[in-house]
Design a protein around this ligand. Structure first.
Ligand code: RB5
Length: 140
């Protein structure tokens, strides 16, 4: 299952991703926020997303704030979460292949929907490589 979370600064990009998932018949759960009005706080949505992601080891989160930094810092406070801020398809592939990231973070104010969708596709279709990377993850 895909878990979506954003603050107000990530709301519009999250809505674009929801349209894409709907078109592809992919189920995505949105844990908020539900408007682009300022006044909410990204840690609240990272926590809500983390709780859902950790319900099942097959779950993957996609969290969005303005820069991505608030979300990646917040999400990674949970030791079972490996959240990666990805601004290219190459970094997204390595975040999965090498870091076994279970949450993709995107910068809503600095990324166009078309590029975000390309990154999401790569993130969702790349497998963890294991081997030496598994050894490193065990040391986290
Ligand atoms: C909200 O204005 C903004 O600070 C937040 O979305 C994020 O970019 C923080 O890292």
């Amino acid at each position: 299952m895909i878990i979506l979370a954003s603050d107000h600064a990530g709301y519009l990009l999250k809505e674009e991703l929801k349209k894409f998932f709907n078109k592809e018949n992919i189920i995505a759960i949105d844990v908020g926020c539900y408007s682009r009005e300022a006044g909410d706080d990204y840690p609240d949505f990272a926590k809500a997303g983390n709780a859902k992601v950790l319900e099942d080891s097959r779950n993957v989160g996609i969290y969005i704030c303005g820069t991505g930094n608030g979300m990646v810092i917040s999400a990674n406070r949970n030791p079972k979460i490996r959240a990666a801020l990805c601004t290219s398809t190459q970094v997204a592939a390595l975040a999965r292949g090498h870091n076994d990231a279970n949450v993709l973070i995107l910068p809503g104010r600095y990324m166009k929907p078309r590029k975000a969708i390309k990154i999401v596709k790569v993130f969702l279709t790349t497998d963890f490589e294991g081997g030496r990377h598994a050894r490193r993850i065990k040391k986290l």
